[in-house]
Design a protein around this ligand. Structure first.
Ligand SMILES: [Zn+2]
Ligand SMILES: [Zn+2]
Length: 345
């Protein structure tokens, strides 16, 4: 028994030397999930290729149909890896952007109230790897704090500074940020930590995450249609093939319902400019808890929200809290005139 254990330790140490990321349990679990996802995809495609002679015959009779399906298959897998490798947008990176004068502060109200130029910010970030913690020293101490506090409603800054300072990163968080305990970093526009992707979903990758959901849902739906067509076809099938296809189709249906609900939910978040965290924990977020539940504080209208979500992700930006006047305007009940003038857009 000891010999087997020694051999296993030797093999595992050799693996860890070749692939250092595997020495970390989280890295191993991420790799396992990714392999499981690729395996699942290949299994569903493999069953079609092996048993469904009509589908294979379509390679010659209907190459466009099969080509499009395979394209979606590859695109969904590529989008998965693309999303999982994209940074969700960390607050520390935003601080560095501010340091380089590259941050875009959106919202005219904040721009007019925020006299501090981003070029004035001079932040030195020291990463202390020995204990896993970070110490941040600001040579122009108030600059980042001043910039971020300008994003909150006036008058609340001095009393709430402590609430908005991350105790783990020791930095003042802009609105909509949250510390992720899995990533051990503060994330801009934190949505959730996705175990399936092995990363946080935030400002930097929420759009890609939506596209991944869209492509995966489309692929599941198309695969389900192909499986049902196979079950209905006249291709001779033995009982075990029938059983395998029915079991896989039942599992696929569960995946499809889950993905479809997730896609609808995230589409709702996009058109109202919310995050999952804000929606679920609204009462626990100090700057949101007193806002009317019917009001979407960061929404700029459906069209603008969708545009910002899809097309305005090239630069890190810090989104300001709406002013009291803006919130009052948003909470005003809809009238017939608002519907005619398309107020939401
Ligand atoms: Zn943090
Ligand atoms: Zn995370």
């Amino acid at each position: 028994m000891d010999v087997v254990r020694d051999k296993w330790d030797l093999v595992s140490h050799s693996c860890f030397r070749l692939f250092p990321c595997l020495s970390d349990p989280v890295g191993r679990s991420d790799l396992g999930l990714r392999l499981a996802l690729v395996f699942l995809h290949l299994m569903y495609l493999g069953v079609l290729l092996v048993f469904d002679k009509e589908f294979v015959h379509k390679f010659t009779t209907d190459p466009w149909y099969v080509g499009l399906y395979l394209l979606l298959f590859v695109a969904a897998l590529a989008q998965y890896f693309f999303t999982s490798c994209t940074s969700p947008g960390y607050v520390l990176d935003a601080m560095r952007d501010v340091n380089e004068g590259d941050t875009l502060c959106r919202g005219s109200s904040v721009a007019s109230k925020q006299p501090a130029s981003s070029k004035d910010v001079n932040v030195i970030i020291t990463v202390d790897g020995s204990n896993g913690g970070r110490s941040i020293m600001e040579s122009n101490g108030a600059s980042w704090t001043k910039l971020v506090m300008g994003l909150y409603p006036p008058g609340s800054s001095s009393s709430s500074l402590r609430n908005w300072t991350c105790t783990y990163c020791n930095i003042v968080q802009p609105p909509r940020s949250k510390h992720c305990h899995d990533c051990d970093k503060c994330v801009l526009q934190f949505d959730h930590h996705c175990i399936w992707l092995g990363t946080c979903i935030g400002q930097g990758n929420h759009c890609r995450f939506w596209w991944y959901l869209f492509e995966e849902t489309g692929l599941c739906l198309w695969t389900g249609i192909l499986y049902m067509a196979f079950l209905k076809s006249n291709v001779p099938k033995s009982w075990y093939v029938y059983l395998i296809v029915v079991l896989l189709l039942a599992t696929l249906s569960v995946f499809l319902i889950f993905l479809l609900l997730l896609l609808i939910f995230h589409s709702y978040l996009v058109i109202t400019n919310q995050t999952t965290y804000e929606l679920v924990r609204r009462r626990r977020i100090p700057y949101l808890r007193n806002i009317n539940q019917r009001v979407y504080p960061f929404s700029k209208g459906v069209c603008r929200n969708v545009y910002n979500f899809c097309c305005n992700r090239r630069s890190t930006y810090l989104e300001p809290m709406p002013t009291a006047e803006e919130l009052e305007e948003k909470s005003r009940p809809y009238t017939c005139l608002d519907v005619l003038s398309c107020r939401c857009c």
